[in-house]
Structure formats: structure tokens, C-alpha cells
Design a protein around this ligand. Structure first.
Ligand code: SF4
Ligand code: SF4
Length: 405
């Protein structure tokens, strides 16, 4: 049995100089409540793969300034950053914030592939130039022979290449006016890669907002939310400042995000004026659904996969269920084990492909057992990670928009 009570934890972990709060041994009650919901503990069943053990390592990095062994670092970095531990901790440890701060202090050098990925996340124009080449590659018939040649494994690109889907090339318009009686103006946060790789969801969002009487504005100057940077020890300040300047200058009633991963990051920007107008699309649509807007009925059975960013940070997962009830006769069920991460975890599926694949397998078994027609998830990363030949996973907005009469 896992003996959580025996773990050692040093005294006073609060450092005035560091400014980071790490509960003292007396405050961490060693209750172990954070353990069972931790996906890596579920995989490895050892105490080094628990939130509690990671907090010990984080304390060494942030407060004690003492050396951390490669083994401790490996276990720390195995964290999926799902933040499930925050929701179960009676001492209210801000695990996500502590993890990010530890990564920022560690400043682990990026390999050339990661540097390239961060470059394209930051540089929208260069990203747009890359897309026709990716599309050309996918249509060229070279994919299978190149995969067989082993070249992607050689350059450590196999996992990223596996996730490639055909990118949309045409940029979105800056404004999508409603053709209903206008009820307001909103701005849509599109993030970094969704405009190319999750166009279907963004178009569904625009359709639903327009159908409910809202003009939709998509400011070109917006940038990535900064989550991937922040969770990997890179500064996200320039991205955050840019988004605050862009969205705070708009004359709109709301700023709307459609992916919970981005939404979680945006909801933690330190700007009250920005957060006051920030909405998750499901909550916004629920609050502003036009009485005369009807959807076509469906007899499908749909399971809701709850992304960790929605469940553990935004804590608004119920809005997806409520919104799907707008489709008459739709049978909506929760996926069992929704409190356990699917393993997508931002770039975790690329950096820790084996762990991510094992967590996906567990989730896919649950999906299989649920005997549903399809699964919905409001985070693009989870959709990408969970979709397979046997499982159709969609953003709930795509299902809703497809039923507009
Ligand atoms: S964030 Fe998730 S993976 Fe990381 S320690 Fe907490 S529960 Fe475990
Ligand atoms: S849930 Fe919080 S208080 Fe309990 S063992 Fe985990 S870190 Fe400590």
C-alpha cells in the first residue's frame, strides 16, 4: 500500500525572499487526498509520482535553493500539469503557480525542436507561411513512405507528425456581423494554432454567436495566450502584455475563448478590466441564448470529456452539459473517470509520449465502455489526443452549430 504518511517534509517552507508560499509540514496534513486523482500516480503507483513528492522538489528549487537530483527532476517533469491536486488539497496549495515558478527558476535549456516550436507559436506571420508547406506535404502522398523510412524518429519528429491534420490556409475575417437583430459585440480569442488546425470549432463559435445576435470581432494582433511558455519555464510576459493591450482597447461587450486550455491561462492574467469581460463560450451562450433560436433534434448518445483546464481551473464544466441540452432528445452523459487527465496536457503528449499514450489508452477504454456515438471535449488538445479510428471526439460547439435550423 502507498504509505503517504511516512513521507518526510522539512519545516518552514515559506520564504520571505522568494515570495512563494509553500505550506509548512504542519500545514500539509499528509492527508493524501491529492494522490488518487493524480494521473501519474495512477500510472506508476510510487510516491515520487505524487503531487506531495513534487511539492517537496519544488520547495527545494524555490525556497531552499538546494540541489535537485536528476531523478527528482524527472519525476517533477512527469507532471501533466492537470492541477487536479489543487482541487483536492485542503491546504489550498497553488500547485500550478508553484510548478510554473519552479520551471522559470530552473531555466532548462530548450532543444532545437522546442526552440522552433516556440518561435512559430510567437510569430504569427511565419506560422502562416509554414502552413502551405504542411498542407502540400499531407497531400503529396509522401507521408507513408517518409513514415516508413524512419526519418521522423531520427529527428524526434514522429509524435508531432502523427498529430498533423490539414491546416486551414485562409485567414479568418476581422469581423463577422450577425444577420439577426444585433444584441451586442464580442471579440473572439483564437489563440495560436486554432486558426489553422481547429478552424471547425472557431467557425462553429462564430455561427452560434451570430445566430444569437452578436457581431464577432477577431483582432489580428492577438497572440498566443502564453500557457505553453509559462508551463515550460519561458517568459510569457510579452504575449500577455500584447493580448491585454489588444483586447482591452476594443469596444466590445465580451472577450470569448473557446478552448479551456487557453481560457484557463487567460483567466489568470493579472488584469481585472480584462477578466471582467472574459467569458468561456459555453457560459456566454447559455446566458445569452435567444428564446427563438431552435436546434434540430438528435437521438445520439454523447459523452462529455471534461478537460482538466475546465474542471480544475475554470471550474465551469457543467455549462457544457447545460448547453448541449439545447439539442432536443440528445442523450448527454458524463464520461466515467472525468477527474483523471487524458494525458494531452499541452505539449505533454509530445514531451512524454509514452505516459500520454498510456493515459489515453485508459481513457479510450472508458470511452469504449460508455457505448456512446461520440465524445465531446471543449479543449482542442484533448480532441487531438483522443481522436482515433475508433473514437470520434468533437468540440461541443461543432455539434451545436451543426444542429442550427
Ligand atoms: S498537476 Fe496533475 S499530474 Fe501534476 S502533481 Fe498535480 S495531479 Fe499530479
Ligand atoms: S492534499 Fe494537500 S494537504 Fe493533503 S497531502 Fe496533498 S498536498 Fe498535503
Amino acid at each position: 500500500m502507498f504509505d503517504f504518511m511516512d513521507l518526510e517534509f522539512n519545516d518552514a517552507q515559506q520564504s520571505e525572499s522568494s515570495g512563494f508560499y509553500i505550506p509548512e509540514a504542519s500545514e500539509c496534513m499528509r492527508c493524501g487526498q491529492c494522490v488518487s486523482g493524480c494521473p501519474t500516480f495512477r500510472l506508476f503507483q510510487i510516491h515520487e509520482e505524487t503531487p506531495r513528492s513534487r511539492l517537496r522538489t519544488i520547495s527545494k528549487i524555490l525556497v531552499e535553493d538546494s540541489p535537485v537530483s536528476p531523478e527528482e527532476l524527472k519525476h517533477l517533469n512527469n507532471c501533466v500539469q492537470c492541477r487536479a491536486c489543487e482541487t483536492s488539497c485542503p491546504s489550498k496549495m497553488a500547485y500550478g503557480q508553484l510548478f510554473d515558478a519552479a520551471q522559470a527558476k530552473l531555466q532548462t535549456p530548450l532543444n532545437s525542436l522546442a526552440k522552433m516550436a516556440f518561435y512559430f507559436i510567437e510569430h504569427k506571420n511565419h506560422r502562416a507561411w509554414l502552413m502551405p508547406f504542411l498542407k502540400g506535404y499531407l497531400k503529396s502522398g509522401l507521408q507513408n513512405p517518409l513514415r516508413r523510412s524512419g526519418i521522423f524518429e531520427k529527428f524526434n519528429l514522429a509524435n508531432a507528425e502523427n498529430l498533423l491534420t490539414e491546416p486551414a490556409l485562409k485567414p479568418l475575417f476581422e469581423i463577422y456581423p450577425t444577420n439577426r437583430i444585433r444584441r451586442g459585440n464580442v471579440a473572439l480569442f483564437t489563440g495560436c494554432i486554432a486558426e489553422h488546425f481547429d478552424r471547425e470549432t472557431l467557425e462553429a463559435a462564430i455561427k452560434l454567436l451570430n445566430a444569437n445576435g452578436f457581431n464577432v470581432q477577431i483582432p489580428k494582433q492577438q497572440s498566443c495566450c502564453g500557457a505553453i511558455h509559462q508551463h515550460n519555464g519561458q517568459s510569457a510576459t510579452h504575449l500577455i502584455e500584447n493580448n491585454l493591450a489588444v483586447f482591452n482597447s476594443l469596444n466590445v461587450d465580451a472577450v470569448i475563448h473557446v478552448a479551456t486550455g487557453c481560457g484557463a491561462m487567460l483567466s489568470e492574467y493579472e488584469s481585472e478590466s480584462f477578466k471582467k469581460r472574459l467569458f468561456d463560450i459555453h457560459e456566454f451562450l447559455l446566458a445569452n441564448w435567444s428564446d427563438d433560436l431552435k436546434l434540430e433534434s438528435s437521438n445520439l448518445k454523447v459523452a462529455v470529456h471534461e478537460p482538466c483546464s475546465g474542471r480544475n481551473v475554470l471550474k465551469n464544466q457543467q455549462s457544457v452539459y447545460a448547453l448541449l441540452q439545447k439539442i432536443p432528445d440528445l442523450n448527454v452523459v458524463a464520461l466515467a473517470d472525468n477527474h483523471i487527465c487524458c494525458g494531452s496536457g499541452g505539449r505533454y503528449m509530445l514531451t512524454h509520449p509514452e505516459n500520454a499514450a498510456q493515459l489515453r489508452e485508459l481513457k479510450q477504454q472508458i470511452i469504449h465502455d460508455a457505448k456512446v456515438d461520440l465524445v465531446v471535449s471543449s479543449n482542442f488538445g484533448c480532441v487531438l489526443h483522443l481522436n482515433s479510428n475508433h473514437t470520434t471526439v468533437l468540440h461541443p460547439l461543432v455539434l451545436l452549430a451543426g444542429r442550427l435550423i
